[in-house]
Design a protein around this ligand. Structure first.
Ligand code: ZN
Length: 236
């Protein structure tokens, strides 16, 4: 099982690792990684794997049968290779800011309307939310965004830790995504924006709300009864 360093320290930009397996000359599993695999609405990381002077670009990272698999741009990596990994930090940091912004907004929405998020997707240039809510309009969302922007000016820490599933499930609103966690998951990773939100989540986040910056509304779409889709983005 690969050690997921990004879950312990989302600010780690480089690490050493050992190649555990290589499939089809381009799908690489490491003993430890800081590359986030696509999932939970957060895109995969990119970056490079270095073996001495040899450089392999990481073009995709996914989770398959519980294994984090790194797709590299060319063949050559072998089992037991000692490598050095470097994550594309600009991309990752933007996604961390976006992810924490999304949790803040989801929490404000849930507190003021009771709406759950039925889908969400972070992208480099925008963030998409789907809400299960009939009476929802642009004004309501604009208002929530300005409330969120006030919070992003505050010195509010963001923490992450594990809790036993039973204990975690007692926290109101701990799962704001409408989809449930599979029953075999006995420990949940909690991302807590102190005083704002607690959410079961495997993604990477900034450690203080101030790092988010500001967000702005982009557009809203009506996707049918009880399904409102909105887009927003980081201002910078
Ligand atoms: Zn999340």
């Amino acid at each position: 099982m690969t050690e997921a360093l990004f879950q312990q320290d989302s600010y780690m930009k480089e690490c050493d690792a050992t190649v555990v397996s290589v499939k089809d000359d381009k799908y690489v599993v490491l003993d430890r990684t800081l590359f986030y695999p696509k999932g939970g609405g957060q895109p995969h990381d990119t970056g490079k794997i270095l073996r001495g002077n040899d450089q392999f670009q990481v073009v995709y990272v996914g989770k398959f049968s519980g294994e984090i698999s790194h797709e590299v741009d060319r063949p050559g990596l072998k089992i037991n290779d000692q490598v050095h990994c470097v994550v594309d930090w600009d991309r990752r940091y933007r996604l961390m800011r976006s992810h924490t912004a999304a949790h803040t907004l989801a929490s404000l929405t849930w507190q003021s309307t009771g709406a759950l998020i039925t889908g969400n997707q972070l992208e480099i240039d925008k963030i998409r939310f789907d809400f299960d809510l009939e009476n929802f309009n642009r004004d309501i969302f604009q208002n929530l965004i300005s409330k969120a922007n006030d919070l992003f000016k505050s010195d509010i820490p963001v923490k992450w830790y594990e809790l036993p599933r039973e204990e975690a499930m007692k926290i109101p609103g701990i799962v704001k995504m409408a989809e449930a966690f599979p029953p075999e998951v006995t420990k949940l990773r909690i991302v807590e924006i102190v005083g704002v939100d607690k959410q079961a989540d495997g993604g990477t986040h900034v450690k203080n709300l101030k790092e988010v910056g500001q967000i702005e509304f982009l557009k809203a779409e009506n996707k049918g009864k009880n399904n409102r889709r909105v887009y927003f983005r980081l201002v910078q």
